[in-house]
Design a protein around this ligand. Structure first.
Ligand SMILES: *Cc1c(COP(=O)(O)O)cnc(C)c1O
Length: 375
């Protein structure tokens, strides 16, 4: 696929000038090709790519909700989504109620006559919870709501929620592209709905650049290979952590001991995806020391790339919550989130084994590779 690196297209005078004109309406061959691939992956009639995951989420919610309407949204969504719903949508007169996406019995009390949307994430961060998507779909159908799912963490390799009736959103910055080098988003669903999301994208300006389209299309070619490797390594690491004496708790729905394993079995065939989180014994200073002692994972936000990325949510993505807010959300100060890359599984296991040994010996930086990195 070539890159059509152009903002506008010359008119040949043959009467077809409306087909391709200007790039903001996502009217380039790169956008058309990419939308077709994403619709095929998610099993939908249509799809549209946008400039970021947040552009996909805001364009979708602004399509579905008018002032005076209300949505159900799972508690503790992705931070940007939380900010959009709390700050922006509220200021437009769109209210919300937060619910537990794995507790269907609690939803009835949250619904109002003006509720229009039920918004959830297939797998949530940083506790790696799984939403009861079959129940969300059934409840939405019964109550006339549009169910929307952010499928970023699960990817279409594990789950295609459109078959349950969901509008599907991705931060394509993460797994779909997979190389941590572009920002992109996508929405997949029925063709008439996608046309409306596109109209929002056109006026709010969230189009994806053609060069980023090309990189995303290239990244998508290896999506299934990457996710299979990441999922296999994540399971091996979760099993390793689960039996490790220096680990307090592991959150990974691929583990049979997880309270979300039943949902992971129904929805993902028992797989848990490429992200896990775990608590180390010894508090936040031990968590810090472990990150410094690791040689393979980069200490960085984001996820879904070919390189393993590791963060401490209490110091980064969930710092703004404060200690009390984190306690209420079940996020401990020593919680570590790991997005597993495509490095060799044995190499990742060996790296964690040496890092735990290093912190047990009380010196965080005594490995040769760590010294090389510093020098
Ligand atoms: C990163 C992320 C987003 C936001 O996507 P951007 O591409 O950063 O705008 C939304 N949802 C989830 C689950 C994410 O991980």
């Amino acid at each position: 696929m070539p890159i059509f690196q152009s903002a506008t297209y010359g008119y040949s005078g043959d009467g077809n000038e409306e087909l391709i004109g200007y790039t903001r309406p996502a009217d380039s061959p790169n956008h058309f090709a990419l939308a077709r691939i994403i619709a095929t992956l998610e099993g939908t009639e249509g799809a549209v790519v946008l400039s970021s995951g947040m552009a996909a989420i805001s364009s979708t919610l602004l399509t579905l909700l008018r002032p005076g309407e209300h949505l159900l949204i799972q508690h503790a969504t992705y931070g940007g989504t939380n900010e959009l719903v709390h700050a922006e949508l509220l200021s437009l007169g769109i209210e919300h109620t937060a619910v537990d996406p794995a507790d269907p019995a609690s939803w009835e009390a949250a619904i109002r006559p003006n509720t229009k949307v039920f918004y959830v994430e297939s797998i949530s961060n940083p506790l790696i919870g799984v939403a009861d998507l079959e129940a969300v779909a059934a409840f939405s159908k019964q109550r006339g709501l549009t169910p929307v799912v952010d499928n970023t963490f699960a990817t279409p390799v594990l789950l295609t929620p459109a078959r349950l009736g969901f509008i599907v959103i991705h931060s394509a910055t993460k797994y779909l592209n997979g190389h941590s080098d572009i920002m992109a988003g996508a929405v997949a669903g029925p063709a008439d709905f996608i046309a409306m999301v596109r109209e929002k994208m056109v006026v709010y300006g969230g189009v994806l650049d053609p060069h980023a389209c090309w990189l995303l299309q290239r990244g998508l070619a290896t999506l299934a290979l990457r996710v299979r490797q990441q999922t296999a390594s994540a399971l091996a690491l979760a099993q390793f952590m689960e039996q490790h004496p220096q680990v307090e708790a592991v959150n990974y729905p691929g583990l049979p001991s997880s309270k979300f394993h039943g949902l992971a079995q129904t929805l993902f065939g028992g797989f848990g995806g490429g992200v896990l989180s775990f608590e180390v014994k010894g508090g936040s200073s031990t968590a810090d020391a472990l990150l410094k002692a690791l040689e393979l994972p980069l200490i960085a936000p984001s996820l879904g790339g070919v390189e393993s990325l590791i963060t401490i949510p209490s110091a980064t993505s969930h710092a703004a919550l404060g200690v009390e807010g984190r306690k209420a959300a079940g996020i401990s100060e020593s919680l570590i989130r790991l997005s597993v890359g495509i490095e060799g599984t044995e190499d990742l296991l060996a790296d964690f084994a040496q890092a735990f040994k290093t912190i047990a010996n009380g010196s965080a930086n005594n490995s040769t590779l760590a010294q090389l990195k510093v020098s």
